[in-house]
Design a protein around this ligand. Structure first.
Ligand code: URA
Ligand code: CA
Length: 433
């Protein structure tokens, strides 16, 4: 087999076989097939697309290019949740203990934040003592005992995807639905989940800015999952404004605690219930989505979700007393209010700009090497549709530096105030399964 023939076949709109895709991915991983040929192939896919079968073959070839996590010693159906990335997205911190509280095993491998989006592992490190580096055996044991454990990414998962993603980044081929879908799904499948719930974001802060693109990506991922025997469902949710109020590591832990107590921001609570219901249903802990939702509401109301969160923190060395005493979490030296320059209604909050404002404050990383400040971040006081008076606070900045003019400017840039009342926007656009 020759790579040049496979490029030509795809260029002319042909469909590749499983053997051909395996040949290409194995050769690329080993270094036998050079970047320039894979670049040409990625560009051909960008223009010609891939069929459902090709996407599934590509996904599995990337899964098989490296280690695969074995979760078989964990009892029950392991359901993973994946978000395509948002600003102030606190859902994993809430969902993990929430669904674990009704017996769904959560064996979660999470990443760190980069750019304007945050990562669950960073957020958990705001909890004194919390350890994200545990070995496989300990991880599996913790899930069997507590139903939930979260670990940082380790091992050599999907090396083919790592190489291909970096190459796409510099060859203008990131924006191809079958390539994005197989990239995301390969990582989820290699992490060992039996079933997958995808939260595909749409809006200004999302990777897929428009609804049609988000739906197409969701559909492609669901088809791949179902084709390779991992039951997959997707929820399309709004990221045209940050989720909840808090953005920043320690601040989001506080927000997660409030949410598990039943006092969370309306949008965050609703998204957790929608995604959580899908997880519970796929794990076969409820017959219908409605029953799943009732069970989730029950464990929030009776305190079981919060108890599960405490047990989870203690089991990984974290100080669980922060749950009843959040003042023990890292907190910033200064707070500043960003006050509205005019009265009106909030009509827009450009999420990626707000995310970048939090990042330059130190809550996120500009590059993989940047150090983050767990204490700092932003708390939104007004969201889309809310009425605001002149001089009222839009956002509270939590900072460890005294001069935050650069952050304030970005916040003014991201908030649009309209003179007329504004319709609120939907949180959930669609569910695909
Ligand atoms: N995120 C991924 O992991 N892969 C892509 O291709 C795009 C976004
Ligand atoms: Ca939040």
């Amino acid at each position: 087999m020759r790579m040049v023939d496979l490029i030509e076949k795809k260029r002319d709109g042909g469909e590749l076989t499983n053997d051909e895709i395996q040949f290409m991915i194995e050769g690329y991983t080993k270094g036998d097939i050079p970047d320039y040929q894979i670049s040409a192939f990625a560009m051909a896919v960008f223009f010609k697309g891939m069929t459902q079968s090709e996407s599934a073959y590509l996904t599995m070839a990337m899964v098989e290019s490296g280690d695969q996590i074995d979760l078989s010693s964990i009892n029950g159906i392991k359901v993973d949740k994946h978000s395509t990335g948002g600003v102030g997205d606190t859902t994993t911190l809430v969902l993990a203990p929430l669904v674990a509280a009704i017996g769904v095993p959560v064996a979660k491998m999470s990443g760190r934040g980069l750019g304007h989006t945050g990562g669950t592992i960073d957020k958990l490190e705001a909890i004194p003592g919390f350890n994200v580096e545990i070995d496989n055996e300990q991880f599996n044991n913790l899930v069997n005992t507590n139903k939930v454990a979260v670990v940082g990414q380790s091992g050599n998962l999907t090396p083919a995807d790592k190489k291909l993603y970096s190459l796409r980044d510099v060859t203008a081929t990131v924006e191809s639905i079958p390539l994005i879908a197989s990239s995301i799904m390969s990582k989820k499948i290699a992490s060992g989940a039996d079933a997958i719930v995808l939260d595909v974001k749409t809006g200004s802060g999302a990777f897929m800015k428009d609804l049609e693109g988000a739906k197409a990506l969701a559909k492609a991922m669901v088809e791949i999952g179902n084709a390779v025997g991992r039951q997959t469902t997707a929820v399309i949710s709004d990221m045209s404004q940050p989720l909840g109020y808090a953005i920043g590591n320690s601040l989001e832990i506080r927000e997660a605690i409030e949410t598990l107590r039943g006092k969370g921001p309306k949008d965050l609570v609703e998204l957790c219930l929608v995604l959580g219901s899908q997880m519970v249903y796929l794990a076969k802990k409820a017959e219908t989505l409605e029953e799943a939702r009732r069970k989730l509401e029950e464990v929030i109301a009776n305190g079981k979700a919060l108890e599960t969160f405490k047990a989870f923190l203690s089991a990984q060395g974290g100080d669980a007393s922060i749950v009843d005493n959040p003042n023990k979490l890292p907190s910033a030296q200064y707070t500043f209010e960003v006050n509205a320059k005019e009265a009106g209604f909030v009509s827009e909050i450009i999420s990626d700009k707000v995310g970048t404002a939090a990042m330059i404050l130190g809550a996120g990383r500009a590059t993989k090497e940047s150090k983050i400040d767990l204490a700092v971040g932003l708390v939104l006081n007004k969201k889309i549709g809310e009425k605001v008076e002149k001089g009222e606070s839009l956002v509270t900045i939590h900072s460890n530096r005294e001069d935050v003019n650069d952050v304030i400017e970005r916040i003014y840039d991201s908030y649009k105030i309209s003179q007329n009342p504004v319709d609120s926007i939907p949180l959930i656009y669609d569910e695909i399964n």
